[in-house]
Design a protein around this ligand. Structure first.
Ligand code: ADP
Ligand code: ADP
Length: 227
């Protein structure tokens, strides 16, 4: 079980009100897409959930617990960015294993191996495990980046335009795969994008954000059939 509730959060940077009194619940097992133009406050909202930013007002609840003042590292959240952030000199296998190899986790190697192989299968990169990250195509690199989040099996995924650097064909392919994986694993995902097609294809619900405010919230159908 994992859910996130934002209660009336606001965040200002100097004169810019990046997020204004925003309330939103991401339900367990839901694929919620936050859709809005550049500068709408999407990334700030994600950073408020991770704890990388503290809100000026309002609270962040995870699984019913107020985590607003907790340090960022204490939350069981994985973040996938637009930039791949892979270790170029490591193999795909070791890139995927990396999050599990932190001394704090002490995951035994056979378990790491199993999880890495399962994740690679899920993302169709099992044949690339021995390649260096630099020898991959853009689409493969993005799969590895997504895999690094999946391998940890976090309770919540935050994704910030993870497909926007890919060409249209790959984007379409990975949209469907991400949706399939989310359904298969029952993951809770908050995905931000400015791309309406992404929102339409993947979301169980869409939140429309502009100027730091949540303007609409509903199923893709409700959003696109509303006047
Ligand atoms: P989006 O992700 O929707 O493009 P952001 O959340 O990145 O929007 O930004 C929302 C607004 O807050 C923008 O006007 C942006 O310039 C501003 N902003 C975001 N982060 C900072 C920061 N660290 N310092 C100053 N302004 C910021
Ligand atoms: P061994 O082959 O002796 O069992 P290890 O399991 O220690 O060796 O793995 C040696 C290297 O190969 C390590 O860098 C490990 O991360 C990597 N590795 C392990 N399993 C795989 C795999 N299925 N595909 C690619 N690399 C792997």
């Amino acid at each position: 079980m994992a859910d996130v509730a934002l209660r009336n959060i606001s965040k200002r940077f100097g004169a810019t009100e990046a997020v204004r009194e925003l309330s939103l619940t991401i339900n367990d097992g839901e694929f919620l897409v936050l859709l809005g133009p550049s500068g709408a406050g999407k990334t700030t909202t994600l950073r408020l959930i991770t704890g990388l930013e503290k809100p000026d007002a309002g609270s962040v609840m995870i699984d019913g617990r107020d985590v607003t003042q907790d340090p960022p590292g204490s939350r069981d959240i994985a973040f996938v960015f637009q930039q791949y952030s892979l270790y170029p000199h490591l193999s795909v296998y070791d890139n995927l294993a990396f999050p599990l190899r932190s001394p704090a986790r002490r995951v035994p190697e056979p378990i790491i191996r199993k999880r890495v192989e399962q994740t690679a299968d899920l993302l169709h990169i099992a044949s690339k495990l021995n390649n260096r990250a630099t020898r991959l195509s853009g689409g493969e690199m993005q799969r590895v980046a997504i895999g690094r989040a999946l391998v940890r099996d976090p309770s919540i995924y935050l994704m910030d335009e993870p497909l926007s650097s890919l060409d249209a064909k790959l984007r379409a392919e990975l949209r469907l795969e991400l949706k399939r994986i989310q359904l298969e694993l029952g993951s809770t995902i908050l995905y931000v994008t400015h791309d309406q097609v992404e929102a339409m294809t993947m979301a169980s619900r869409i939140g429309v954000i502009r100027d730091g405010r949540l303007l609409q919230l509903g199923t893709p159908r409700e959003i696109y059939e509303s006047p």
